[in-house]
Design a protein around this ligand. Structure first.
Ligand code: MLT
Length: 346
């Protein structure tokens, strides 16, 4: 009898584990880890998207801003999370590709994540504080050149989209400015409005409202066409800098090993959210471009092969290919080819 009594706690634990396993997914709130500060572009996409996903899945989304190291702290948190569909990673080509090329990460961007869906993409926009005395891109470039070494540009950290776009802009115009890293472009934009920094080569969705409100100046968008939500801003090509052409694709990932039925359920919730009229309108107002329907669900018909290193062993660099989303790839260094659209497109 006393032996039986000693087994009671064990039986209770086993029963609770069995009943938890039987619960349909999702049975509790889902955490979406945003690897940058609140109020920035990744945070905004996460918050707009999670609202209709909550309605579809019947569970609340908790947005957790885990910032630092150009997003690699937050992405690493998801790489180490349980593969149960309750902790997701939202990010873009900088957090989920570029960081793998420039940092010695504690996780593997190819091996440790399960892609859920491709999300909208964001062109960049060249913006400055209002006090800069320039009316157009040509005058702004002339001002940058005459103030070389004294100008400051906000970024979300070394390797972030805003940093790479800033470096790209420097190369295109042949001058240098000083980068100031923030934990996201939300706080960087606040400092731009306040005149604490001079410029940001920002993601359009972050800045477009402040441009419309006259709080900062915009000189060019790096898209092929003007933004429907801000048609007064010329494209970089129209403003005389055709080589400045880039766009940031976004995605949603779960830790590798997440059961396929959960990934499928999450993908369906994203696809449903992207079809929602209110979501489309909000993304459109921010200048975000929706992925094509056939891109929204990842397919894995081809294995991802790592490039070989010089000694023949696997390299830590992401694989390279030219078969990617051209908007993300134009004029972009080959080693930073986005892995995610490659999976989607094949
Ligand atoms: C970036 O890479 O610049 C980030 O998207 C910034 C952010 O989301 O705050």
């Amino acid at each position: 009898m006393s032996k039986l009594r000693s087994l009671v706690p064990l039986i209770a634990i086993l029963a609770s584990v069995a009943s938890a396993g039987a619960q349909p997914y999702p049975s509790r709130p889902i955490t979406m880890v945003v690897p940058f500060a609140a109020g920035g572009p990744v945070d905004t996409v996460a918050r707009i998207l999670s609202e209709p996903m909550r309605a579809t899945l019947g569970q609340t989304f908790v947005i957790e801003n885990a910032t630092g190291a150009a997003g690699s702290i937050g992405v690493g948190r998801v790489a180490r999370a349980a593969a149960d569909g309750y902790t997701l990673s939202i990010g873009h080509w900088s957090t989920h590709v570029v960081n793998g090329a420039i940092y010695a990460l504690q996780y593997d961007l190819l091996r440790d994540f399960e892609p859920i869906a491709l999300l909208p993409s964001n062109p960049m926009i060249v913006v400055s504080k209002n006090a800069v005395p320039a009316k157009d891109l040509a005058e702004f470039i002339a001002w940058l050149k005459s103030n070389q070494g004294r100008v400051s540009a906000g970024t979300a950290g070394a390797g972030s989209a805003t940093h790479i776009a800033g470096v790209y802009f420097q190369r295109a115009i042949g001058t240098d400015f000083q980068f100031v890293p923030y934990r996201g472009t939300g706080p960087a934009l606040q400092d731009l409005v306040a005149g604490q920094i001079d410029l940001i080569v920002d993601q359009a969705s972050n800045s477009v409202q402040q441009v419309r409100d006259g709080k900062i100046r915009a000189y060019a968008v790096t898209a092929a066409r003007r933004l429907p939500s801000a048609p007064d801003i010329p494209t970089a090509a129209e403003a005389g800098l055709p080589s400045l052409n880039m766009s940031v694709w976004y995605g949603l990932w779960a830790p590798r090993g997440t059961p396929k039925d959960i990934v499928t359920k999450l993908n369906a919730a994203v696809v449903h959210a992207l079809a929602d009229a209110n979501v489309r309108q909000r993304f459109g107002e921010l200048g975000l471009e929706l992925p094509r329907a056939e891109q929204q669900t990842p397919r894995r018909s081809a294995p991802i092969r790592r490039p070989r290193s010089r000694n023949g062993g696997p390299s830590s660099r992401p694989p390279t290919s030219r078969g990617n989303d051209p908007r993300a790839m134009e004029h972009f260094p080959e080693k930073w080819v986005p892995v995610f659209p490659r999976k989607c497109d094949q």
